[in-house]
Write a protein that binds this ligand. Structure first.
Ligand code: FAD
Ligand code: DHB
Length: 390
């Protein structure tokens, strides 16, 4: 069969792109390797920039977000036995972020897609991209033992870091930039009230810690752990003991140690692939770039990619202008590199790096003290945290 666009992957990037295209009457098929309930079971991001929330409203998916999302006007940096609040709204002329889980974003997008009757193939095996160096690309996949072929005008590779789209591009056509870190984040989700009304990012000699939330009754906390650690090494009690050691005393005292409903370790990585367009194939979201989670930029970057890509594709199908799709890679990458910088910087400032020695530790404290004492420095943190403009 034939479609205007084939979207590979039904994560937030693919679903949001699909929704914006469907509402503009662009005919797109989403092809996803996993089952829908598996996609929904992955616990990931939780902090949404206003660029993403506005895009969700534009996509007709803002109702539950506006009802249940928690608007946060600030967060705190904790270090050296003190806590400094970053007043996001005061420092950015009224901007804020919204706490609403990626799982919920994905669920709302899936439901909206179903309501429009737009097609998604789940559990597609052996997804393969063909002929995207021509203007007649094809996607093949197997489902229930039957091989299907979809001809299309464009392919959108929204299949995450480990997906097939980026890997389909010949090596000589792509340049990758990467930094891996020697530690990961162990995250724990529990149905207990969060220890703090706002997020607290803590730098501690034992390692980074973060208290976050999904709602007023569901907390999400993270601690830096060595890459070699396994989830089994961290029974809930040990996690909470370590978390409390790394948090400021007043926050630690308010930690309610509820049983974990999810617990997992995510490695930290910075990665960018350039360019993001290869003929009639576009990469978007984690398929093209990864940021370490410090600063909550991963999901939000996917949203800005989708904004640029959807507007380019809609413009093309409406009037035939290629300006938007031709500018896509460059526009997306300009914003991506700034988010890469912010995420790398926040990671560098807040984690324990044994190799950096005492000098490295003092540099971190000096940087944090500077942020706490200079409105100019605090503004740099705030305007990046709420999200740079699209
Ligand atoms: P994904 O969410 O990865 O979606 C890609 C989809 O493509 C998946 O559904 C996958 O099953 C599908 N797929 C893969 N291969 C194929 C194939 N061959 N064929 C068809 N479909 C395929 N960001 C934050 O801001 N804060 C966080 O705390 C945070 N935590 C994270 C924890 C983990 C473990 C990970 C992996 C990421 C985390 N992120 C976080 C990043 C954020 O979740 C991602 O940036 C976001 O999910 C990107 O969305 P995406 O749709 O581009 O990719
Ligand atoms: C969460 C994740 C982040 O990476 C972050 O910076 C803040 C919050 C979270 O999962 O809640």
């Amino acid at each position: 069969s034939r479609r205007q666009v084939c979207i590979i992957g039904a994560g937030p990037s693919g679903l949001l792109l699909g929704q914006l295209l469907a509402r503009a009457n662009v005919d797109a098929l989403i092809i996803e390797a996993k089952r829908a309930d598996y996609v929904l079971s992955r616990i990931r991001a939780g902090v949404l920039e206003s660029g993403l929330t506005e895009l969700l409203r534009e996509a007709g998916c803002g109702e539950r977000l506006d009802r249940e999302g928690l608007v946060h006007h600030g967060f705190s940096l904790a270090f050296d036995d003190r806590t400094h609040r970053i007043d996001l709204s005061k420092l950015t002329g009224g901007k804020a972020v919204t706490v609403y889980g990626q799982t919920e974003v994905t669920r709302d997008l899936m439901e909206a897609r179903a309501a429009l009757g737009a097609p998604t193939v789940y559990e597609a095996e052996d997804v393969a991209l063909h002929d995207f160096d021509t203007d007649r690309p094809r996607v093949t996949y197997r489902k229930d033992g039957v091989t299907h072929e979809i001809a299309c005008d464009f392919i959108a590779g929204c299949d995450g870091f480990h997906g097939v789209s980026r890997r389909s591009v010949p090596e000589r056509a792509i340049t990758s930039f990467e930094r891996v870190y020697a530690f990961g984040w162990l995250g724990l989700l529990a149905d207990v009230p969060p220890a703090s009304e706002e997020l607290v990012y803590a730098r501690h000699a034992r390692g980074f810690a973060l208290v976050s939330m999904r709602s007023r009754t569901r907390s999400r906390s993270y601690i830096q752990v060595p890459l070699a650690d396994r989830v089994e090494d961290w029974p809930d009690d040990r996690f909470y003991d370590e978390l409390r050691l790394r948090l400021p005393q007043d926050v630690a005292a308010r930690v309610t140690p509820g049983p974990s409903i999810e617990k997992s370790i995510a490695p930290l990585r910075s990665f960018v692939a350039e360019p993001m367009r290869f003929g009639s194939l576009f990469l978007a979201g984690d398929a093209a770039h990864i940021v370490p989670p410090t600063g909550a930029k991963g999901l939000n970057l996917a949203a800005s990619d989708v904004h640029y890509l959807s507007s380019g594709l809609i413009e093309y199908f409406a009037g035939g202008s290629r300006a938007g799709i031709d500018a896509y890679s460059q526009r997306a990458l300009a914003r991506i590199w700034k988010a890469e910088r912010f995420s790398w910087w926040m990671t560098s400032m807040l984690h324990a790096f044994p190799d950096a020695g005492d000098f490295g530790a003092r540099m971190q404290l000096a940087e944090l003290d500077y942020i706490a004492s200079s409105p100019a420095a605090a503004t740099v943190v705030a305007e990046n945290y709420v999200g740079l403009p699209f």
